[in-house]
Design a protein around this ligand. Structure first.
Ligand code: C5P
Length: 232
C-alpha cells in the first residue's frame, strides 16, 4: 500500500487554492478538496489542478438513495479525481451503487472511502439523536466492515484506530487518517492528535494534514517535513 500525505485544502476560493498550489514547484502533492471549495469553485478548479498533474481526494461525503449516489459518482469519476468518499450510514446497497457509478467504462475508478461516524458525533448524539444503542467503537467497527462488504477501498479514521480497522478488514483496506499535528505544533480544534511519525508506526496509509501545512510560514517546508516523517 503506497503511503502518502494528503493536504486538506480548506480554502474559500479557487484563487487562494491555486495560489497555494503554485508554491509547490518540485513536488506534486495529493490534495483534499472539500465541500466549501467544491461548491464555490466546482469542476473547473478540479480540472485546473488535475492539469498540473496533482492527485485529488474529493471529500464530498455523499449520502442519499442508491440511485442518486450512483449517478452523482458517475459524474465525479469523469472529473478524473483519485479518491472520493461517502457516508457508510447510507447502507450497503448505497455503497454498492456508488462503486458501480464510480467505475469508468474502461474498468478504472477512483478509490472509494467511507466515513463511519463523524468525529463531531459524541456518544450522546449517537444514543440520543441517532438512536444507536451500541458504543461508538462498535458502531465504527461495524460500519467499516459494512464498507468492506460493499467492496469499498477503506475508511476515514483516526490513526489511533488504523490498526483495529486493518485487523477487522484486512491489511489492504485503506486507512485515511486526519487529526495530524507536529509534536511542536498547535492542536487547534483537533482533540485526539497524532504526529506523522506516530501515524506511520500505527499503520495509517494516508495522513490528511490541513493547517499544519496550509497555515505554516513555509508550507512547502512543512509538507516536506510531513513526508519525511510519514513516508520516510
Ligand atoms: O487543519 P486540519 O489538519 O485539522 O484538517 C483536517 C482535515 O481533515 C479537515 O479538512 C477536516 O475537515 C478533515 N477531517 C477531520 N476529521 C475527520 C474527518 C475529516 O479532521 N474525522
Amino acid at each position: 500500500m503506497p503511503k502518502d500525505v494528503i493536504i486538506a485544502c480548506d480554502f474559500p476560493s479557487k484563487e487562494i487554492c491555486l495560489d497555494f498550489v503554485s508554491k509547490f514547484k518540485d513536488e506534486k502533492p495529493f490534495l483534499k478538496i472539500g465541500m466549501e471549495l467544491f461548491y464555490a469553485a466546482g469542476p473547473d478548479m478540479i480540472k485546473a489542478i488535475k492539469d498540473q498533474g496533482l492527485k485529488i481526494f474529493l471529500d464530498l461525503k455523499l449520502h442519499d438513495i442508491p440511485n442518486t449516489v450512483k449517478s452523482a459518482m458517475a459524474v465525479l469519476s469523469k472529473l478524473d479525481v483519485d479518491m472520493c468518499n461517502l457516508h457508510a450510514g447510507g447502507g450497503i446497497p448505497m455503497m454498492e451503487a456508488a462503486l458501480e457509478g464510480l467505475t469508468r467504462p474502461d474498468g478504472t475508478r477512483p478509490l472509494l472511502i467511507a466515513v463511519t461516524q463523524l468525529t463531531s458525533t459524541s456518544d450522546e448524539i449517537l444514543h440520543r439523536d441517532l438512536l444507536i444503542p451500541n458504543s461508538m467503537e462498535e458502531t465504527v467497527a461495524h460500519y467499516a466492515m459494512n464498507a468492506k462488504k460493499a467492496g469499498l477501498d477503506g475508511v476515514v479514521c483516526s490513526p489511533l484506530e488504523a490498526q483495529k480497522v486493518h485487523e477487522l478488514c484486512g491489511a489492504g483496506f485503506v486507512t485515511v487518517t486526519p487529526g495530524i499535528r507536529f509534536a511542536d505544533g498547535a492542536k487547534g480544534d483537533q482533540v485526539r492528535v497524532t504526529t506523522p511519525a506516530l501515524a506511520r508506526e500505527l499503520g495509517s496509509d494516508y495522513i490528511v494534514v490541513g493547517r499544519p501545512i496550509t497555515q505554516a510560514a513555509d508550507p512547502v517546508e512543512a509538507y516536506r517535513r510531513c513526508v519525511a516523517e510519514f513516508v520516510g
